[in-house]
Design a protein around this ligand. Structure first.
Ligand SMILES: [Mn+2]
Length: 336
């Protein structure tokens, strides 16, 4: 019996959310309304602000500079980048793709928030509002998917360029549907948006976005080092191995001295016996293994017979930490 009530409740919720309309008294006056996403804006945040401003009126903005992937999507979709928050004046704000105070730009007063469209849990430290705002949070793969649904529900046509950016938001957050967060809604709206945008091959667009993501030129060496990093215990030694998978390996190899400095600091800070960082060139299917001192060099040379460079080894055919780099280093450390 209880189960049946739950089914009724869930169907009511889904029926009401399909008719969700942010056109509340607050959002009606869009003269000074600005839509913005979270700090360190990603592609979903950027494209959701653009979609929301088209659907509800107001201006799209970003709290900080956008990343290389977002640059690619905007250029590909022939859409201009949202303005920086510091360059717009606003009396009211709509938030997209977040609800946490820690991700809110410091210039925004929570009392001026009139709407939130999001797909994250309201845990931690959500924005503390005394006013009632229009809020739509759903467990979908991207905020962009929710806004695509809003446009459809309200009968608002998305022009080709905004359909294109919104598709970019979905593909970014769902990692081209590979992320376990992907829902049926993300797939079906991606198809609808691709049609509107005149994009025939969704996957090809997604792959080009992944290429753009490989551009880590704006990320510090210290951050890249620990972006994809694991600690291991081999033969009683503490061994750290970081990897950066990229189709543009040379960009990172050109920054070798930055990585050497970051690795020196990190090895000390983390109290490691050995530390390795591998720039994995997914295009040419080879690893570029970096080390910082003679102890690590000894392990690297024992583990691999690669082409030796100054403080790194080129390892043809090596792309996997799990299957190749880790086991070879483990063997060398244990035999040392
Ligand atoms: Mn998102």
């Amino acid at each position: 019996m209880k189960r049946r009530y739950l089914a009724v409740l869930l169907s009511m919720i889904s029926a009401s959310s399909m008719a969700f309309d942010l056109t509340t008294p607050q959002v009606n006056n869009t003269d000074n309304l600005v839509w913005t996403g979270h700090l360190s804006p990603d592609t979903d945040t950027v494209t959701s602000a653009i979609a929301a401003a088209h659907i509800y009126g107001g201006t799209a903005a970003v709290p900080e500079d956008i990343n290389p992937e977002s640059h690619f999507v905007l250029e590909h979709c022939q859409t201009t980048a949202p303005k920086l928050l510091k360059d717009v004046s606003a009396q009211q704000f709509g938030l997209v793709d977040f609800n946490q105070q820690t991700q809110l730009h410091s210039s925004i007063d929570a009392k001026n928030i009139v709407a939130i469209v999001d797909h994250h849990a309201i845990g931690g430290n959500p924005v503390n509002m005394t006013q009632v705002a229009a809020i739509d949070i759903r467990p979908w793969g991207s905020a962009a998917t929710i806004l695509a649904n809003h446009a459809e529900t309200l009968g608002i046509d998305l022009p080709a360029n905004i359909a294109c950016t919104t598709l970019g938001g979905i593909l970014s957050d769902t990692m081209v549907f590979r992320s376990p967060t992907t829902t049926q809604y993300d797939r079906s709206y991606a198809e609808k948006l691709a049609k509107l945008a005149g994009i025939k091959d969704i996957n090809a667009f997604g792959e080009k976005m992944l290429e753009a993501k490989s551009d880590l030129s704006h990320v510090s060496a210290a951050d890249i080092l620990t972006l994809d990093y694991k600690n291991f215990a081999y033969g009683g030694k503490k061994v750290g191995i970081g990897v950066a998978e990229t189709i543009t390996a040379q960009q990172l190899l050109d920054r070798k001295s930055e990585f050497i400095a970051a690795m020196k600091a990190y090895k000390k800070e983390a109290g490691l016996d050995h530390l390795f960082f591998s720039v994995i060139d997914t295009k040419h299917k080879r690893a570029n293994l970096l080390w910082i001192d003679s102890a690590d060099q000894k392990i690297a040379s024992a583990a691999f017979k690669g082409q030796s460079q100054e403080k790194w080894l080129i390892l043809e055919g090596v792309t996997s930490r799990k299957r190749q780099i880790g086991p070879a280093i483990q063997k060398a450390v244990e035999a040392n």
